[in-house]
Design a protein around this ligand. Sequence first.
Ligand SMILES: CCOCCOc1ccc(-c2cn(C[C@@H]3NC[C@@H](O)[C@H]3O)nn2)cc1
Length: 448
Amino acid sequence: MTIIEFPKDMKWGAATASYQIEGAVNEGGRGVSIWDTFSKTPGNVVNGDNGDVACDSYHRYKEDVQIMKELGIKVYRFSVAWPRIFPNGTGEVNKEGLEYYHNLIDELLANDIEPMCTLYHWDLPQILQDKGGWGNRETIDAFVAYAEVMFKEFSGKIKQWITLNEPWCISFLSNYIGVHAPGNKDLQLATQISHHLLVAHGKTVQKFRDLNVDGEIGIAPNTTWLEPYSNRQQDIDACNREIAWYLEWFMDPVFKGSYPQFMLDWFANKGVHLEIEDGDMEVIHQPIDFIGINYYTGHVARYKENESLLDWELVELNYERTDIGWPIFPEGFYKVLCRIKDNYGDVPIYITENGSCYNNEVENGRVKDVGRISYLEQHLTALHRAISSGVNIKGYLTWSLMDNFEWAEGYTMRFGIVHVNYRTLERTKKDSYYWFKQTIANNWFENK
Ligand SMILES: CCOCCOc1ccc(-c2cn(C[C@@H]3NC[C@@H](O)[C@H]3O)nn2)cc1
């Protein structure tokens, strides 16, 4: 038995996102988002699920905040739906949208919970997509204008801001692989979008500084880990390319002011020509206050010529998997955090998403999600190893507070520590909720 104890100032929290929990898509003056369009296009989402109702948090946020308060979290990460603030993407501000988020934030503050606000968690106003979306440089300034309204409206209430959630998903998953909205399958477009996203991030950080907003600002890349199957250089290089595709492709421009040259060369060999305007890299290279790191899973892989985009293949070693099929790979969590420290030094890091999919249902009023508790034990141990190795971890927010709309998987995949009955919208705290509550209260847990 080993006690895993965290630093005294560790901030514990939970995370959600607007399109995944709010519902009320036609209320409060909200405009249409690309996920409304994508989810209602047949074949894109399992069972044809969509976010029309989701967890109905738009109406039930007070109940949700009480669940957070009982949990004992210090910080709650949520995202703002851009189409609630600018229904048409730009132009007239929707006051009802601002009012909803004031009500949510006031409820959090009244219960001594700090709001961590993600400005963009994938629900782009459809009207902007109709004009090219993130593939159109004009969307950059539309995003900065939206962020400016949010900064001016909520400065003083929100002290931690995240510009973009998972830029790899926004660019490559959604515009090259094509399984998320808007569903393009174009490497040139996706790579150019990744650049526009970084410019939007940098210009937003500049605006944040210019407005002298009280608080901190960061960005939340999603990460993965590929462990080389052998110590052959080709296996090591192949795994490095995939890890860099999620991490250094985005964080090197932010922290070093340039893209990784080996990745630029790789994309050039695939016919990609990145349009970089004068001053773009300087704008992207704005100092930020923290990084939000999202980590779920890793794999073992090896080089395979002409296989997929980056010439690697998975090697099946029968790791235990969660119900969504992702291997349970806590070693990768530890290693990617150490890689971030090696790359970028002591930048403060919040784990803004880590969690697992287990689809246990309610039985006699209880949800025995033992798999999720085991996942948390393994990944919090990996996190503790990283802290012990000198990684500057400031907080851990689990994904997710509650079961919700898991994008292309719809409602079939449950990531919450609170179960949601999507027919009745009843919330049921899972065994993992009580385990996490005790861990937060103790600031330690026992590894058996
Ligand atoms: C068919 C080929 O497919 C290639 C990989 O396809 C995916 C799909 C999904 C993910 C994915 C989903 N999540 C969880 C979310 N993070 C943000 C929050 O909104 C959570 O819901 N993280 N990563 C990655 C890769």
